[in-house]
Write a protein that binds this ligand. Sequence first.
Ligand code: C2E
Ligand code: CA
Ligand code: CA
Ligand code: CA
Length: 275
Amino acid sequence: AKRKGRNQTVVFRVDLLDAVSRRLQLEQALQEALNHQELEVWFQPIVDARNGKVVAMEALSRWFLDGIFVPPDEFIKIAEASGMITKLGKQVFDNVGASLADLRLNYPDLICNINLSVRQFRDSNLEEDIVDCATKYQLPSSAIHLELTESMIATSETEILPTMCALVDKGYKFHLDDFGTGYSSLERLRNLPFDTLKVDRSFITPLGKGDDVMVRNIINIGNELGMSLIAEGVETETEVHKLLQLGCWDIQGYYFARPMPLAKLKLWLAENQTQ
Ligand code: C2E
Ligand code: CA
Ligand code: CA
Ligand code: CA
């Protein structure tokens, strides 16, 4: 601790300093990684639990810095705050486009969900970026679904809505991610062009203890609004059975498969899909 003035003590927060310097170092390293296109995209299957068929997959960014895994929650926040998320997002589109075009040679109906951040709506022509990617890889708009979180809608609906509607007009579907963690009113949801609700993992875990009140309510909301449902973060057979009983069959989670790189996904699909 340092002395400042007469009685005030400024505490030297080593823990905070460490966090700040880690952040700065990661920000610099991320810039480098983007310049050299070192980020990867991994894919997690979403399975129809009634028949075991893959209905889609979610693209999840991965970054290994000198071989060490950096959690997406950490580097995506840095990318958003520094504005690098737009560049990152473009690399994700390109990676997903190439991977999906390749996979669809064997699985012609395969769909990939892509996560979006608010900054991508603000700082780039998102509509053009997505349409250009689909054109480059000859993908129909039905092959790409877009995920927005409930909190993005809560804070930035007016910024998002025009581009979202333009993309919906072109046939792109939107999923409302992490649903149930924000405070969307039914009325608000009814007026937004979402196709699917993704039930957040925090409501799936209580199913194991017999607590299904949130999941039941979210499924009711989805049905009421004519929306599809995907349950996220499903890890156990009990959770799968409960979800099927409650009327939610599209399931994403470690129970079926973890996120994996393209080469591994191909092997997984060959083993698990008849198509
Ligand atoms: P998210 O969109 O909610 O993605 C689902 C997260 O749940 C992923 O975490 C996934 O690996 C994890 N997950 C899937 N199944 C299970 C399970 O059964 N159990 C548990 N415990 N976790 C499961 P991940 O890959 O660490 O990504 C974290 C977040 O980072 C994502 O949450 C998303 O918000 C963001 N993110 C990842 N990639 C991108 C990207 O390319 N662009 C943007 N804007 N955000 C991304
Ligand atoms: Ca997501
Ligand atoms: Ca989610
Ligand atoms: Ca999440």
